[in-house]
Design a protein around this ligand. Structure first.
Ligand code: ADP
Ligand code: MG
Ligand code: ZN
Length: 527
């Protein structure tokens, strides 16, 4: 009898415990038995490779977490929310954990997609619960993976406005605003679709620090492979550099997977260590698998993309009135772009001159013209370039009066659709005749054709530079502005004015050749 009462009491006690002390608003979240904190993950920056820029940007966060008290006393600006942006599998989660590891602080992890199918209210309660736990364990890191699953622009859902996701998002915003920047809690989040995020998340005091975690280049891939081969028994004859070379387009997770696959193959082949044969086979398998999912470029395609991007960069460098080149890359990015040339405007621009617009067209056309010169035919990769070049040329003719048709604006559709009575057809009102329309088309063509001739000339004059940039790109996959300058200068090229351009006509009288050499390779667009 006594025993029985004891059991009953125990049962009752456990039941109450499971219900989690009813009444308290926190009980609901905690009652689900969710413990978020992970301590001592055993991950450090040594485990993260090939994304050095991102790591360097985040050292400050580690420093802050390590000596939070020092900062708390002194004040100063400490990041509260850090958003890691980059394609899947590039090591964002790994990086967040490594920061916790380096700083020796607890790591609270949660994934945005966990909330998608939850009952209303549960997600918000969890977020509040987690922040409360974190406050008690400060300094620490809260990491929200797949922030986009949770933080999509509010009101974008098809069914009603108050779904679970929105409530959770609101709770997150409230919590982030609620604690001071010196509380010692750093909120990190990861996303591969930053453009879908609710702008409220990106405001100052929330996720206002953005760190790009990009796909690794050749050297990065080598470094990542070196981290992962530590876990397998490697044949000393394996050439990791060679493996890095043939894995263009692979991200960190793909490479980790590759090493694992090679080890499994070696085991299947009854080998004592993992050899080059296994790596080659694993790469082949990996590539075949990846091809279905995303772009992995083949050697010949890579070469073509390298010529294309090298030409954009070379022409941009060669013209005096273009933005400086920041980076040229042939690492595929997303589905559309096989490579890209990034230019960085020196300062904000509100006005562009005719010669600057012409230069932009030159730069845009350069890629396809180089392909034509080298291969005698062009590829479909240039569609976007052509679209943009034509659009600029059309604006020059129709909007800015920068053509032989004179200083007339031929675009009448700029008026608000409300004034013209409904937005059925914005471009409908046209004040010019069929004849003029034809002339406009001819002018646009003339601008493009003239540009093609000039660009071809630049590329022919600088063929040596084009070849050098191309081979460097194939080798390194990414080159920055100063590398580019070195390559071009050693192949004897300086910025120059192209004969027959507006810039050259104007400069003709006033500028001496030595002046031109001192001119910086100025501004422009990209792709
Ligand atoms: P993400 O969060 O960006 O999708 P993860 O951090 O989840 O990528 O990466 C998955 C796994 O891939 C990691 O656990 C690690 O084994 C490997 N990995 C990814 N990126 C790297 C990297 N930069 N260095 C070393 N390993 C990496
Ligand atoms: Mg992740
Ligand atoms: Zn292009």
């Amino acid at each position: 009898m006594l025993v029985l009462t004891g059991l009953l009491a125990l049962g009752f006690f456990l039941m109450v415990r499971r219900l989690g002390g009813a009444g308290s608003p926190m009980a609901f979240g905690r009652s689900r038995g969710k413990m978020y904190a992970q301590e001592d993950l055993g991950i450090s920056f040594d485990d993260v490779a090939g994304i050095d820029e991102a790591v360097d940007e985040l050292r400050e966060v580690v420093e802050f977490l390590r000596s939070a008290e020092k900062y708390q006393v002194l004040g100063g600006h400490i990041p509260k929310g850090v958003l890691l942006v980059g394609p899947p599998g590039t090591g964002k989660t790994l990086l967040a954990k490594a920061i916790a590891g380096e700083a020796g602080v607890p790591f609270f992890g949660l994934s945005g997609s966990d909330f998608v199918e939850m009952f209303v209210g549960v997600g918000a309660a969890r977020v509040r619960d987690m922040f409360q736990q974190a406050a008690q364990k400060s300094p620490c890191i809260i990491f929200i993976d797949e922030l986009d699953a949770l933080g999509k622009t509010r009101g974008s859902s098809v069914v009603g406005g108050h779904d679970e996701r929105e409530q959770t998002l609101n709770a997150l915003l409230v919590e982030m605003d609620g604690f001071g920047s010196n509380s010692g809690v750093i909120v990190m989040a990861a996303t591969n679709r930053p453009e879908t995020l609710d702008p409220a998340l990106l405001r100052p005091g929330r996720f206002d620090r953005h760190v790009l975690v990009d796909r690794p280049d050749v050297r990065g891939r080598e470094a990542i492979l070196k981290v992962h081969v530590l876990n397998v028994k490697l044949d000393p004859k394996v050439n990791i550099e060679q493996v890095a070379r043939i894995t263009s387009g692979f991200c960190g997770a793909d490479l980790a997977n590759l090493v694992n696959e090679a080890a499994l193959l070696a085991a299947r082949n009854n080998k004592k260590s993992v050899g080059m044969v296994e790596f080659n086979e694993a790469v082949e398998r990996g590539t075949a698998g990846l091809e279905k999912k995303k772009r992995v470029i083949h050697e010949d395609e890579k070469k073509r993309v390298a010529y294309h991007e090298a030409a954009h960069a070379l022409v941009a460098y060669s013209l005096p009135n273009t933005d400086p080149i920041h980076k040229v890359s042939i690492i595929p990015r997303g589905l559309a772009a096989l490579g890209y040339t990034m230019q960085r405007p020196e300062d904000d621009r509100y006005l562009l001159t005719q010669s600057e617009l012409e230069s932009r067209i030159h730069v845009l056309l350069a890629g396809t013209i180089a392909e034509e010169m080298v291969y005698d035919d062009i590829s479909t990769g240039a569609q976007n370039d052509l679209e943009r070049a034509s659009e600029i040329a059309r604006s020059m003719v129709m909007d800015y009066g920068m053509s032989q048709l004179g200083r007339v604006n031929y675009r009448e559709s700029q008026r608000s659709p409300f004034l013209t009575g409904g937005g059925a057809d914005f471009g409908a009102t046209r004040s010019h005749s069929e004849e003029t329309a034809r002339e406009i088309d001819e002018e646009v063509r003339r601008i493009i054709d003239t540009s093609i001739v000039q660009v071809r000339q630049i590329l022919q004059n600088r063929r040596t530079s084009l070849e050098s940039i191309t081979s460097r790109l194939i080798e390194a996959e990414v080159i920055d502005g100063s590398d580019l300058q070195d390559i071009i200068e050693t192949t004897n090229g300086k910025p120059q004015l192209v004969p027959g351009t507006t810039a050259e006509r104007r400069a003709g009288a006033t500028q001496t050749p030595s002046d031109r050499e001192n001119e910086p390779p100025a501004d422009a667009a990209n792709q």
